[in-house]
Design a protein. Sequence first.
Length: 212
Amino acid sequence: MRKIVAINCSPRTVWNTATLVKDAAEGAKEKGAEIEYFDLYRLEKFTGCISCFGCKLEPNLGKCICRDGLKPVLDAIREADGLIIGTPNYLGDASAGFRALYERLIFQALTYKTEPRSYNDRQIPVVLIMTSNAPEEFYGPSGYMDKLNNYAQTLGAFVGPAKVMVSGNTLQVKDYSRFNWTMFDPETKKQRHETVFPQEREKARALGSEMV
């Protein structure tokens, strides 16, 4: 049985990002995969890379030696056959939790040698999902897509081939009037959530299924 690690890098455990990560995981599960799921912001305290270079020394070449909340996640990915990661778009970038995981995941594999470039000799497929208030069509002109593709390219080099999915123009809250967010049309947001978001959920499920 294949093992897939699914990680929600949003502090919200039941909203857009978490939903799509769980849908992708469910698609993989339906194909017979075993799922190990993490809510990143529910783990014990963790940080990004602390630049100790322990992963560049024997006997821990290619393995982060920092023992904090991310250790079980990195250990699980090391044994996995596929990786699903979802993050919200915060201020034009991934969440801080995603960045911390990304630093630790990538830097441990980086050799700083001309050959080989990576200590990871076991490539696994990756699905990278980003949700955002900004519409998907805004990603190209804003440069968001370039940034997301850079993440995917680096994941492809040091973890395995990555596919990207964007879910834009999402419903951020149930009650917009509570916050007086006058730049949004709450009814349009809700309508999209009821009509388009279910299609995106199916897309995420299909990506998880294809991974297996």
